[in-house]
Design a protein around this ligand. Structure first.
Ligand code: DAT
Ligand code: MG
Length: 139
């Protein structure tokens, strides 16, 4: 069983899509929610989370977007959860994401793409630890 972190981003939160996004993951075979909360992210945690992007020209806009509303943080567990969830999200750019993927069905563009999902098992464990204490994770 793998675990992966998702963040339901401000575009989805402000458009009332939290339930729709969570339903997609719950309805996909084997994925179980094992942690869930809302939070407003601060600059420091966004910088840690997107450390691979801090030198990109779009980074200041990404930070402003990610803290523009509360987000939903969740941990999903299931067989091959990291790859299964990434596949369900679709590619980063919503305009290139096929219908049937979450980004393809709900996303607007490359920034407003509804959902973050961890990209490897190692990243997932780091990201889960960034946002959840052990007591907030359920078996
Ligand atoms: P992903 O979210 O698919 O893992 P990533 O890690 O490369 O993609 O980028 C993280 C986020 O940064 C992405 O969801 C939205 C933003 N981003 C990436 N490339 C961008 C670009 N060219 N313009 C604006 N925002 C971008
Ligand atoms: Mg990424």
């Amino acid at each position: 069983m793998d675990r992966t972190l998702i963040i339901i981003k401000p575009d989805a939160v402000s458009r009332g899509l939290i339930g729709a996004v969570i339903s997609r993951f719950e309805e996909a075979g084997g994925l179980k929610l094992v942690a869930l909360k809302m939070a407003v992210l601060d600059d420091a945690v966004i910088k840690d989370h997107y450390a691979h992007l801090t030198d990109k020209p779009f980074f200041p806009g990404l930070v402003a977007f990610m803290k523009s509303t509360p987000v939903v943080l969740a941990v999903l567990q299931g067989e091959n959860a990291v790859d299964a969830v990434r596949g369900m999200c679709g590619p980063t750019d919503s305009k290139k994401a096929p219908p049937g993927t979450i980004r393809g069905d709900y996303g607007t563009d490359v920034q407003q793409n509804i959902v973050h999902a961890s990209d490897s098992k190692e990243t997932a464990e780091q990201e889960i630890a960034r946002f959840f204490s052990p007591a907030e994770l359920f078996a």
